[in-house]
Design a protein around this ligand. Sequence first.
Ligand code: SF4
Length: 249
Amino acid sequence: MTNNNFPEDYRFSYSALTLYEQCPYAFYCKYIKGLPDKPNFFSQYGTFMHFLLEKFAKGKSSSDEILQEYIKDFNKYVTELPQKADLRWSYFDKGFSYLEGFDGFSGEIYDVEKKFDIIMGGINLTGFIDLVLERDNKLIIMDHKSTAITSIRPKAKIEKAQRQLYLYSAWVFSAFGRMPDELIWNCFRDGKEVVVKFNIDDYNKTIDWMKDAVNRIQNEIEWSKIDNGYFCHNICSYLNNCGGYFSEN
Ligand code: SF4
């Protein structure tokens, strides 16, 4: 018996679990109260780049066409401003450089923006996988990331970030009969990939982390607000709901 009765068919996602860990109150606003997301520059930019890369990977547009679309529609899709206005052009330039040099994903593409629902460790899990592909006989899960490579590479950050792709590995196993060989972040703003070799111990640790997080959510009663500094003021959709009195650092 838990304090929070989620319906039996409720599906958790990696984003929901990480939002809870970042700030239980933000989770409460989004997933319990159902308050809408507020668009911000970073989410719009990431969504636009994903949209273009998805079009290419599905064979709907060539690499040159997505570059032209990027130039033509950037202002249409990315309408919000970052707090530091010059970031907008630095992000634009890096996206432009990436797409200008982009000539496709090396390897054979199997799935693009794949929505999956799976039961994992007794928990209903849902998610979207940007790309599943095979390269040099290696099965790969690839995730496009707009964040800088330096914010993923440090060991402690990889250990957290890789949980997403380990959760996706369970679906890959169910669909392909084998675990992926590599988990890759396509850090397109830097034009580089960060590669993690699949490791069964880390996969099992991720299942344990997921079960623990779901258990804490189901028994949560306080829904505390956590000062996340920059995230609160630039990314979180619920600053106005929670009072927004935190520092901006
Ligand atoms: S603004 Fe900060 S404290 Fe408020 S809900 Fe968002 S993450 Fe939590």
